[in-house]
Design a protein around this ligand. Structure first.
Ligand code: GLC
Length: 723
């Protein structure tokens, strides 16, 4: 629709219709043909039929047939024939499910992130979805928080690269140039703005309290990268930022998001988050919530009706608020126009396309490949992996034959290939024995006494050549509102691993989880450890590819694994403190330490093994016109062809405020043939050395360390001086 036509449409709207356009309700509220709809909680009060017919957007209405039906009904009822915009949580795949984002982050493969988003867009758009509430770009440091699974991890640089890649995958590469979301693509939404991942104690929806410098250096960069990639929408977070809920936080939304970062897209609240500002104790009632949201620049209120109920009086009383409403409605209409909804309100919703695309061979192959890249080999003593053909393999534990491996936020996915199914496909002739594979039974609840079943399992697997202990957490205990204070495996799983290790056979611990679990004891007992996350549809086949050596593991941790929950938060880009450990002398007492646990994590950011021994050499920093060129040589010393993720870190040795001991400033995946040596180089500029000095990002003169290697804790070091 041309701008002039949009203006005419806009001018024809009543105040109430404008406010309805700013209100997002689930489709079951819209399609119920009652004259009045009253619901409790955030929607208390009543919505008139006219309001429902003028609602602007809806969420989580899925399926081509259903979306077409709802849209058709809505267009028939809407006085101006304005189409609904259909939004949904397509987080790591729609029907073909990819690894959870935390696992995707371990691939360090931005092209994989883009590709998985593009496939998700292709599948969900065929089912009528026009915008996805993804990517979630919240930086995470606390595995007690169940939503760490939705993030790509603890590093701002990696999160930014991944978020931008996913935005381009969802929206299509053309959008930034044309402003049109091409068919087969969907609009994207960056969330949760801002710093939801810093909820205190990892308890969901809890207070966030950060210094401005930490907010700006760690938590904001990934959202900013998504904005630079052209993301169409931003979602406000449930939490407070500097004691004001993000949803009514004008400095955050109008200040940082719009004015500083130039975001001109649509701002939507999270689910009833505006109504919840009353519970926060910041708004006295829904009227004040509506006023504060309009002042802060909220465009769409999800699943509460403060703006709808009180907007008209506010518009009458205050021209500034009228102006705010008009700006919001114009943004929403512009977004619908970018999606071509006025010309084709159904966009790609097509039942035949659904059948053709969902779980098609091409998509499953991509899911398998990307899942393989997301697996992290954490230990491999005596090269017990890869498994040798012809060996008798025992597989024990609740994930031995489980299909519940998609992870949380798995949209319409309904089960992944199990570990045993994957192994049997890879090794049809192998003898694979399973034990204790009940999925959600006693091994998970940790209460039922399973001593007898464990003994039976041991007898059954005693003569196997190698035993795979397939353990972890229930996927339903991850994701939103799934915070935990105990990150260990359940007692029954720990007992099972302990007894299996007592058989004197190699035990491979395979951990299925949506977060770093506390696996220190089991990792010590077992010869090998594989972090399997929740890998999606092709979980079992991807694991079999890696366990049998068909795929050489290349994943590197996107989030540190704590030794114990008492150590949290533990992350690689930490400050040095005034009393760091200087030596390994135990008698060092008055230093920053625990008396009962090392400072270091069990496994650090960037860490991961492969079946190949790789070494780094000859790190050099050369001055160039616009900065520096960092060069390092990486060599395959033994083992099969591999993909090595070369990581570049910097450290500002002395600055006007404390700087982290390491900051990731580059990474690249390098394929190495056996014995091959290659040079990898990174361009660095002053911007890579900048930090928030209280009023701006700037790089201060002085000495810097430059580090490169295959993990944050295994680097070569050089230096540079910024004059
Ligand atoms: C949820 C989540 C958000 C999601 C929204 C819509 O509460 O916080 O990530 O997009 O509601 O389902």
């Amino acid at each position: 629709m041309k701008q002039k036509e949009l203006d005419i449409l806009f001018d024809s709207l009543t105040d109430r219709e404008k406010l309805a356009e700013m209100t997002q309700l689930i489709s079951s509220l819209l399609t119920g043909r009652e004259d009045k709809v009253t619901t409790g909680g955030s929607l208390e009060g009543s919505l008139s039929r006219a309001d429902l017919d003028s609602a602007g957007t809806t969420l989580n209405c899925l399926g081509a047939a259903e979306v077409r039906r709802v849209q058709e009904e809505h267009l028939a009822a809407n006085p101006h024939k304005i189409p609904l915009l259909f939004m949904a949580d397509v987080i790591h795949g729609y029907r073909t499910i990819f690894p959870i984002p935390l696992a995707m982050g371990c691939s360090f493969d931005c092209e994989a992130a883009r590709e998985s988003a593009e496939i998700a867009a292709r599948e969900c758009s065929a089912s009528g979805v026009q915008l996805t509430f993804s990517p979630m770009a919240d930086l995470v440091r606390d595995p007690r928080w169940g939503r760490v699974m939705e993030s790509t991890g603890e590093d701002p640089f990696l999160n930014g690269k991944m978020a931008a890649a996913m935005v381009r995958g969802y929206q299509g590469e053309e959008y930034e140039k044309t402003g049109v979301i091409e068919p087969g693509h969907v609009a994207a939404c960056i969330k949760h703005f801002a710093a939801y991942g810093a909820s205190e104690a990892g308890r969901d929806y809890n207070t966030v309290d950060l210094s401005e410098g930490v907010l700006r250096e760690y938590y904001l960069p990934a959202y900013q990268a998504a904005i630079r990639a052209g993301v169409c929408m931003a979602m406000t977070s449930f939490n407070t930022v500097d004691r004001v809920p993000a949803t009514v936080n004008r400095p955050l939304l109008r200040g940082i998001l719009r004015e500083e970062n130039g975001f001109d897209g649509v701002v939507i609240t999270d689910y009833s988050a505006l109504y919840e500002t009353i519970a926060h104790g910041v708004c006295a009632d829904k009227r004040e919530a509506a006023k504060r949201a309009l002042e802060a620049g909220v465009d769409i209120e999800m699943m509460s009706t403060c703006i709808l109920e009180h907007g008209e009086e506010l518009m009458r009383e205050n021209p500034e608020l009228r102006k705010a409403v008009d700006e919001s409605v114009r943004r929403i209409l512009a977004l619908k126009n970018a999606l071509g909804l006025f010309e084709n309100p159904y966009r790609d919703a097509d039942e035949a396309r659904e059948k053709e695309l969902h779980l098609c061979t091409e998509h499953r192959a991509a899911a398998r490949r990307i899942a393989g890249e997301s697996i992290v080999l954490l230990k491999n003593e005596g090269n017990v992996l890869p498994l040798r053909p012809g060996k008798k393999i025992g597989v024990a534990g609740p994930f031995a034959n489980s299909h519940a491996v998609l992870g949380s936020w798995a949209c319409t996915g309904d089960g992944g290939v199990s570990l045993v199914e994957g192994l049997r496909e890879r090794y049809p002739e192998a003898e694979i024995r399973t034990a204790m594979e009940e999925e959600l039974g006693s091994l998970f609840d940790g209460v039922t006494d399973v001593a007898d079943q464990i003994e039976e399992a041991c007898e059954r697997l005693a003569d196997c050549d190698v035993i795979l202990a397939a353990v972890g957490e229930n996927q339903n205990d991850t994701g939103e509102c799934s915070s935990k204070t105990d990150l260990r495996l359940t007692r029954n799983q720990r007992r099972m691993v302990d007894r299996l290790c007592g058989l004197g056979k190699p035990v491979v611990l395979i951990v299925f989880s949506g977060r770093p679990l506390e696996i220190r004891d089991q990792a010590e007992q077992c010869q090998a450890v594989v972090q399997a996350w929740f890998l999606g549809t092709e979980s079992g086949t991807a694991l079999a590819d890696v366990l049998t050596g068909e795929v050489n593991p290349s994943g590197r941790l996107s989030m540190s694994f704590p030794q114990t929950v008492g150590q949290i938060p533990v992350y690689y880009n930490h400050a040095n403190t005034g009393r760091p450990r200087q030596t390994n002398r135990q008698e060092e007492r008055f230093i920053t330490r625990f008396v009962d646990c090392p400072n270091e994590p069990l496994y650090p950011f960037g860490y991961g093994l492969s079946y190949t021994q790789v070494s780094y050499h000859d790190l050099r920093v050369e001055c160039e016109k616009d900065g520096w060129r960092v060069r390092v040589r990486v060599r395959s010393d033994s083992g099969p062809a591999c993909v090595e993720t070369v990581q570049l870190y910097v450290r500002d040795c002395a600055a006007s405020c404390v700087r982290p001991v390491q900051e990731l400033r580059g990474f690249c995946r390098v394929k190495l043939e056996p014995g091959e040596e290659r040079e990898v180089s990174f361009a660095m500029t002053k911007e890579d050395l900048a930090f928030w000095n209280g009023s701006a990002f700037t790089a201060e003169p002085g000495d810097f360390l430059v580090m490169a290697g295959g993990s944050s804790d295994r680097v070569l070091t050089a230096s540079l001086t910024l004059s």
